[in-house]
Design a protein around this ligand. Structure first.
Ligand SMILES: *[C@@H]1O[C@H](CO)[C@@H](O)[C@H](O)[C@H]1NC(C)=O
Length: 460
């Protein structure tokens, strides 16, 4: 335990004053010199009357350091003109080992008798170190006691009615204490952003479509959207096909015939694709490649009503595509989709609703670029000016569903359906500053990131 923590826990029971003191201590080498003499003294002691070869002297343990110190103290001298090399001789009869004497003083605890400059000199030679000791000076406090009384944390009705509060000690409030972290579930950032998008759609009067089926027949995923059976999107490369159950069985027969007809021969003013439409192809089950499959089911259901009523639908759910995986693409992601059906809707209505929708996201500068989608005509990519990147970035795709899609369903002539879509992952990654999608989805997700991510508030 730390003294400071104990003192803080028992205020007024004990008092503690922190003190620091400094003193000098011998280093390992310093202790050795205090015991056996300085290197220079050892060198001096090793030289006999008739001198010693310098090469021999250097072999002594204290040789190198001791030689230069003894030379500069003029205790020894060196003669060069000798057989076998230079010889070293004593210059004085006796010496006084001052370094050792100073270190002995320190060892006896009398370092105060040394001058500051001596101590610093010995410190530089790594013979002394200055040690700082921190300690607490503990004294009894005003409420000192050897038995600890638990402080009351709450004033109760009983204490007031019995008057016992008078004798109680109450714990002070700690207004700096942080609240306890709640041990609860956390929404994944994608779900937080989804909540916010859902809120925007609901504010605009949209109804959520039931998207709780990941598996869809090719019929609803492609054919009903007037996407031809040879279209490259219907290939193994782009779509995940199911092996079990590989085929779907139940289709509204009447509608299926109309879809087949519009693909093969056309109708409603269209030439169709003029190919041999095959039921086997339409029956193949796939992991849905877009939530527009659900929109198709919902529009078909709408067309079965006795009398047409305008609708505004939305969905935000998972779709699957066999994409090449990279930092921003996974084989599954979430699609956000909005659909409006009414008499006489125009491209102007689509632009208007897109402006309204994106303004609620905090995006006000929009531009539209003509594009091609198999099941909408005209189609527009939606760009917004990104203030941070200082450029126009694509934020979604949109269009007006083709009559070849709507009229076979049985929707009245004159009803147009406008729609737009975007991914949920992209705004989420921007919102939470995540650069690699693997940090957002998959086994590498750091749960702490999930716990720490704040609620999503789009800057509307
Ligand atoms: C995904 O596409 C690749 C080629 O791009 C293909 O080799 C692979 O079989 C496809 N995966 C599935 C499950 O269809």
């Amino acid at each position: 335990f730390s003294v400071a923590a104990v003192v803080a826990a028992l205020p007024a029971v004990i008092l503690a004053e922190q003190r620091t003191s400094k003193h000098w201590e011998l280093t390992g080498e310093g202790a050795d010199i205090a015991e056996r003499g300085s290197h220079e003294a050892r060198v001096f002691g090793a030289i006999p009357k008739d001198g010693l070869l310098q090469t021999e002297l250097m072999k002594l343990p204290s040789g190198r350091v001791g030689f230069s110190k003894a030379m500069s103290s003029k205790w020894i001298r060196m003669d060069k003109g000798h057989e076998g090399g230079p010889r070293v001789f004593r210059m004085v009869e006796t010496i006084e080992d001052v370094v050792r004497q100073k270190l002995l003083l320190v060892r006896q605890g009398k370092s105060a008798e040394l001058e500051e400059k001596d101590k610093n000199e010995l410190k530089k030679r790594k013979l002394l170190t200055e040690v700082t000791v921190k300690s607490y000076w503990i004294t009894k406090g005003g409420s000192f006691s050897t038995s600890i009384t638990k402080q009351e944390t709450e004033l109760t009705a009983e204490m007031i009615s019995s008057g016992s509060w008078r004798d109680k000690k109450f714990k002070l409030y700690n207004f700096d204490a942080l609240g306890m972290a709640l041990d609860c579930g956390h929404l994944h950032p994608l779900m937080k952003v989804r909540t916010q998008f859902r809120q925007i759609f609901l504010e605009m009067g949209f109804t959520e479509m039931p998207t709780n089926n990941f598996i869809e027949s090719s019929f609803w995923n492609f054919d009903s959207l007037f996407q031809p059976q040879q279209h490259p999107a219907r290939d193994q490369h782009d779509t995940f096909f199911l092996s079990d159950p590989a085929l779907a069985h139940e289709f509204p027969q009447d509608y299926l015939e109309k879809v087949k007809k519009v693909h093969t021969e056309g109708g409603y003013g269209s030439q169709g694709y003029k190919y041999d439409w095959k039921l086997e192809e339409a029956r193949k089950n796939v992991l849905r490649t877009h939530t527009t499959a659900v929109s198709a089911r919902m529009l078909y259901r709408l067309a079965q009503q006795e009398e047409f009523t305008p609708v505004k639908y939305f969905s935000i759910d998972r779709v699957f595509r066999n994409e090449t995986l990279d930092a921003t693409h996974l084989a599954e992601f979430h699609q956000i989709e909005g659909v409006v059906a009414d008499y006489g809707l125009t491209l102007g209505d689509l632009m208007g609703v897109l402006h309204q929708f994106f303004t609620k996201l905090g995006i006000t500068k929009l531009r539209f670029k003509p594009a091609y989608n198999p099941y909408t005509e005209p189609s527009m990519e939606v760009f917004s000016f990104h203030e941070g990147l200082k450029k126009w970035v694509e934020v979604g795709n949109s269009g007006i569903f083709r009559p070849e899609m709507l009229l076979p369903m049985g929707l009245p002539e004159g009803v147009t359906v406008i729609a737009w879509g975007l991914s949920l992952e992209r705004p989420t990654m921007i919102k939470y500053g995540i650069n690699n999608i693997r940090e957002l989805v998959g086994h590498k997700v750091n749960l702490q990131m999930v716990y720490d991510s704040p609620l999503c508030r789009l800057d509307s």
